[in-house]
Design a binder for this molecule. Structure first.
Ligand code: CA
Length: 236
């Protein structure tokens, strides 16, 4: 059995925070609430959480800034943005503030539960089921991935990847030879598939290639399967 998940809610409206708390407790999460961004950030920095549910419009430090400051750290905590401001949500995705998913207010309890479950499933899958510590993956003679620290090196040199680039790489590396369509990648890594986001996959693949391939225009690791999607090379 998995331990209870610790969730932090950062939300300045006590009623909204209270409703969220009850919904998450029904998912057997242990929930703490911060009513401002500053308090939320210091709580998040003080102890590990399995998920942070973050409002954007907060007095003082806003949700985007909280998200940005969390992402500067090595330790990775999933963030679910819950906000009424769709333009800000576009910014979260566009600027890659590092949120894992978002919900727009008003949302239904069922939607919240689905998003939270999907984040937990994805985190478990990417970390290799339930937080077991994994040996670094070595791919060919150049690439290593350390799922514990989320560090990636190419020929011994550290490579800085965004969260989504890292998640994509790890998914491929765990499943060499398996072909993924763009919508499967959106589902597995972004946790949702919205129309029009296929280009986001291509962008991330191209940036990932630029970082890990010797010659990104002739990739040897991250291969295009024409008309279908992408796969990771299964040969050394
Ligand atoms: Ca608010």
């Amino acid at each position: 059995m998995r331990a209870r998940r610790n969730v932090l809610i950062v939300e300045d409206e006590p009623e909204v925070a209270g409703a969220l708390k009850r919904q998450l407790e029904e998912l057997s999460c242990s929930v703490e609430v911060a009513l401002s961004g500053d308090v939320g950030l210091s709580m998040a920095l003080g102890k590990p959480f399995d998920l942070i549910v973050l409002d954007i419009m907060l007095p003082g430090l806003d949700g985007l800034e909280v998200c940005r400051r969390l992402r500067v750290r090595q330790t990775y905590t999933p963030v679910l943005i819950v906000s009424a401001r769709t333009s800000e949500i576009d910014k979260v995705l566009g600027l890659e503030m590092g949120a894992d998913d978002y919900l727009t207010k008003p949302y239904s309890a069922a939607e919240l539960v689905a998003r939270v479950r999907s984040i937990f499933r994805r985190v478990d899958a990417l970390s290799g089921q339930g937080g077991t510590v994994h040996e670094p993956l070595r791919i060919g003679d150049a690439l290593t991935i350390d799922p514990g620290s989320r560090e990636v090196t190419v020929r011994g040199k550290p490579v800085v990847l965004t969260q989504k680039e890292y998640d994509l790489l790890l998914l491929f590396a765990h499943n060499p030879g398996r072909v993924y369509s763009r919508s499967q990648l959106l589902d597995a890594v972004w946790g949702y598939s919205h129309d029009g986001y296929d280009h986001a996959v291509e962008c991330h693949i191209n940036r990932l290639r630029a970082k890990i391939e010797d010659d990104p225009s002739r990739p040897r690791l991250l291969l295009t399967v024409w008309g279908v999607g992408y796969k990771f090379s299964s040969a050394d």
